[in-house]
Ligand binder design. Structure first.
Ligand SMILES: NC(=O)c1ccc[n+]([C@@H]2O[C@H](COP(=O)([O-])OP(=O)(O)OC[C@H]3O[C@@H](n4cnc5c(N)ncnc54)[C@H](O)[C@@H]3O)[C@@H](O)[C@H]2O)c1
Length: 375
């Protein structure tokens, strides 16, 4: 089978996920190309060498520009801090590579648009790491909407709540850097907005509110010196979808006790769908017209009837997890590169998500409704 040369930039949380996904994908799926972990780049040569050994890459470099120019690399995974996505993606596309980039795709809608245009011109396959959209139960929810099981979609109420920044002693890291965009709004708001758009359609207009609850953070772990925080800890927005449906989202990285409350309620004219990623293998559905006194939500547990769950395990209720979502993402990328169905969400989709993000921030700043198409 023809090999697919993989280059990975960054070897932190997401870098490890991309590496394991490339390794795992051919063990769970029959793929048209065999990923070969060719080259890993990180901030310096020593970090890159150590990570390459741990993650199974053949070679390493401390200079990402060397990686994007390498002839053995056909697809570049970008898992670095968000401010670096654009220069790295544009360089990779200019060098004729396909790109798998982490979310949020860029710091701004203008940057995301530039990246989408470059991808279109290069005719490259691009995928952005909105991994939650890969879940078989999100696929089921979308099928339920398409088949009319809950009628016409009227409302979407979604949250993404975590607590990784709730402790004021948590030091300043790249996620607070305005060069990478907004705060919780970009980091996790992007995920819930991707789900909203996937299930309820394009977001047309927003009214936003941003809150910075912890104004200063230690400049580094354990440091007495502090640094001002300029980005949001909490973001909220009312949404109006192009379809006429309405809704809301909230994103917070200071929500004590919440670990992955990426949860939504999709209300239709004939029923409601609920999903919370802290229990990501359980979808709940209520349909109108049930017998009085017996009506209630039904819980559907993920199983092999919900593709591609069955590629991982034949046993229902045994759960698939976060890393499996990344493996599904890698499968889609590899198939698209080999000429299979188009991969999504691509840079174009990520640009539209970024328009909603920037529109929420502008709306919060100017205290008015903002159309996403204005960004
Ligand atoms: N899809 C998801 O669910 C998800 C989850 C977490 C993070 N992310 C996204 O992934 C990206 C990275 O986040 P993370 O949590 O993995 O961060 P991280 O800090 O764990 O890893 C970042 C990596 O980039 C490397 N790096 C930094 N500057 C570099 C440079 N100039 N050249 C080469 N390498 C460099 C770092 O050394 C590190 O290995 C962010 O955009 C983030 O929003 C996505």
């Amino acid at each position: 089978m023809k090999r697919l040369g993989v280059g990975l930039i960054g070897s932190g949380f997401m870098g490890k996920c991309h590496a394991q996904a490339f390794r795992a994908a051919p063990t769970f799926f029959a793929l048209p190309r065999e990923p070969a972990l060719e080259l890993l780049a990180d901030i310096d040569a020593k970090t890159a060498q150590k990570a390459a050994r741990a993650l199974g890459f053949a070679r390493s470099t401390g200079e990402w520009k060397t990686l994007v120019a390498d002839p053995a690399v056909e697809v570049v995974s970008i898992t670095t801090p968000t401010a670096l996505h654009k220069p790295m993606a544009l360089a990779a596309l200019a060098a004729g590579k396909h790109v798998w980039c982490e979310k949020p795709v860029a710091a701004s809608a203008a940057d995301a648009r530039e990246m989408a245009e470059a991808a279109r011109k290069a005719r490259a396959v691009t995928v952005v790491g909105f991994n939650y959209l890969r879940h078989p139960l999100i696929r089921l929810a979308r099928e339920m909407v398409a088949s009319g099981e809950i009628g016409e979609v009227i409302g979407f109420r979604g949250v993404h709540l975590e607590d990784y920044m709730a402790d004021p002693k948590t030091p300043w890291v790249f996620r607070f850097d305005p060069a990478g965009g907004h705060g919780a709004l970009s980091d996790i708001g992007s995920h819930i907005l991707s789900v909203a758009r996937h299930l309820a359609g394009e977001i047309a207009e927003v009214s936003g509110q941003l809150v910075t609850a912890i104004a200063r953070r230690p400049a580094a772990r354990g440091s007495a010196k502090t640094r001002a925080v300029e980005v949001d800890d909490q973001a909220r927005a009312l949404l109006r979808f192009a379809s006429g449906a309405t809704g809301s989202i909230e994103a917070s990285w200071i929500a004590w006790g919440r670990k992955l409350t990426l949860a939504f309620e999709l209300t239709g004219s004939k029923g409601t769908i609920l999903l919370d990623f802290e229990r990501m293998n359980e979808l709940q559905i209520f349909t109108a017209g049930q017998r009085r006194g017996r009506a209630g939500f039904k819980t559907i547990l993920a199983g092999p009837d919900h593709p591609p769950y069955g590629s991982f395990t034949p046993a229902p209720g045994h759960h698939i997890g976060f890393n499996d979502l990344k493996t599904i993402e890698a499968k889609m990328l590899i198939e698209a590169i080999a000429g299979g169905p188009p991969a999504w969400p691509d840079f174009e989709d990520a640009w539209h998500i970024q328009q909603a993000i920037d529109a929420i921030a502008l709306s919060a700043r100017e205290r008015r409704w903002v159309r996403t198409s204005d960004l």
